[in-house]
Design a protein around this ligand. Structure first.
Ligand code: PHE
Length: 348
């Protein structure tokens, strides 16, 4: 039979042990382990004290039980308090560690931007859609008829020399101009017609301002009483939107087989305002596109009454427009995909 005194000493010793041990604990996991070594109902030291109960003389059992229970409650409370404190401290430490300074400049994320040619296409569509134009996209492989013959440029016409052509066969070729789309549209649609046709065209030509593949944007309007002044009015609006408010156009006589009269269109120099500078080579004017009044023969080739209707057409070079607008002097910049160059042109 265990001596009651011994047991009382035991209880006091355990209490002391808990007190001493607890002081050294600095994290909740250690508290959990330490707590288990006392409070586990089987292996814990307080648990063991409970088991002694059966060996205690009956008359002392109540006191003994009470003392052990007190010890247990005291220990549970102590560990709970410690837990709370340690958890708080741990949270505080975590917050310290994860603290972010919201006033720090953010790390910039890389964003892409549209290719300058795509930007130009979107801007042009925007300008002309505002004037009621619809977009028609033709095909890059055309036959000779649509690219030349129907455009009043029959076989052996000297004007075919203006466009060095990639022939795929005697009949098929890579279109040299988006003008080919004019014929498709006029064959399929009755006037009034107002279309804009962007796309790639191909010519055997290659230097710092020419590429064998480049982009054009065709415009075609067919209706009653269409004249050159309609053309100039639209183009004035176009240059103001693309090259700046103060710019305007001038028309110079030119030649295309499919327009009569034909004009070369210049924009007043947007760099020097017309005084003369390096960009306009001292002339105050920059050549930007070819245009004209649709040749009656072309209307007739498409079954359109050339007495009742007339049309205007223009062809804008996309690379040339981008080069002028963004000050690019080598057309290859637009094909090389060098992000250092392309990223500088973000013209939304
Ligand atoms: N297709 C002509 C070219 O590529 C441009 C043009 C289009 C001229 C429409 C007149 C009318 O050079």
């Amino acid at each position: 039979m265990p001596e009651t005194n011994k047991l009382a000493e035991n209880i006091a010793a355990i209490r002391q042990k808990i007190q001493d041990g607890a002081e050294k604990l600095d994290n909740s996991k250690a508290v959990y382990e330490f707590k288990k070594s006392f409070l586990d109902s089987k292996a814990g030291e307080i648990g063991q004290l409970m088991k002694e109960m059966k060996n205690i003389p009956k008359e002392q059992r109540a006191d003994y039980g009470k003392a052990v229970n007190e010890l247990k409650e005291w220990a549970v409370q102590l560990f709970d308090d410690m837990d709370v404190k340690l958890k708080e401290a741990e949270l505080k430490r975590r917050y310290e560690k994860e603290k972010i300074d919201v006033t720090m400049p953010a790390v910039e994320t890389e964003t892409g931007n549209l290719h300058p040619i795509t930007q130009i296409i979107e801007q042009l569509i925007d300008v002309f859609a505002g004037m009621g134009f619809e977009v028609y996209e033709g095909t890059e492989v055309e036959n000779d008829y649509y690219n030349f013959t129907a455009l009043n440029t029959p076989q052996d016409h000297p004007a075919r020399d203006m466009q060095d052509t990639f022939y795929l066969s005697p009949e098929f070729l890579l279109r040299t101009q988006t003008s080919a789309g004019q014929i498709h549209v006029m064959e399929n649609k009755k006037p009034p017609i107002k279309i804009l046709s962007p796309g790639r065209v191909f010519r055997s030509d290659d230097d710092s301002t020419h590429s064998p593949m480049f982009g054009q944007m065709e415009g075609l309007v067919v209706d009653e009483h269409i004249t050159l002044s309609d053309l100039q009015g639209m183009l004035d609006l176009f240059v103001q939107k693309i090259y700046g408010e103060g710019t305007y156009t001038r028309l110079r006589p030119s030649y295309f087989p499919f327009t009569e009269p034909s004009v070369e269109v210049d924009v007043s120099c947007f760099e020097c305002g017309g005084k003369g500078c390096r960009l306009c080579k001292g002339t105050g004017w920059i050549e930007i596109l070819g245009a004209g009044i649709v040749n009656k023969k072309v209307l007739e080739n498409c079954g359109i009454d050339s007495e009742k209707y007339s049309g205007l057409a223009f062809g804008i070079g996309l690379e040339r427009t981008a080069m002028l607008k963004y000050g690019i002097n080598n057309i290859k910049t637009l094909f090389e995909s060098d992000l250092r160059a392309l990223k500088q042109i973000d013209d939304k």
